[in-house]
Design a protein. Sequence first.
Length: 72
Amino acid sequence: MDTGKGEFVQADTGIAEMSQEDIDRAKELLEVKHPDHGGWFREDEIIVIRGSRFRVKSVKPTELRLRLLPKE
């Protein structure tokens, strides 16, 4: 998640047994902690920026790596 302060924070959802409800709760806690937050990003997610398609390669504390994809 973009904290709104120029860095990303990861939701603590690494436990394989977590239900979707637990994941949503972890996200809500981070959103309360960072009220000026921006979007959530997930590796392998496809996003569109200015009409171009990208796949999220990695999310690091201050960096989002994207790979340009061909148009459909």
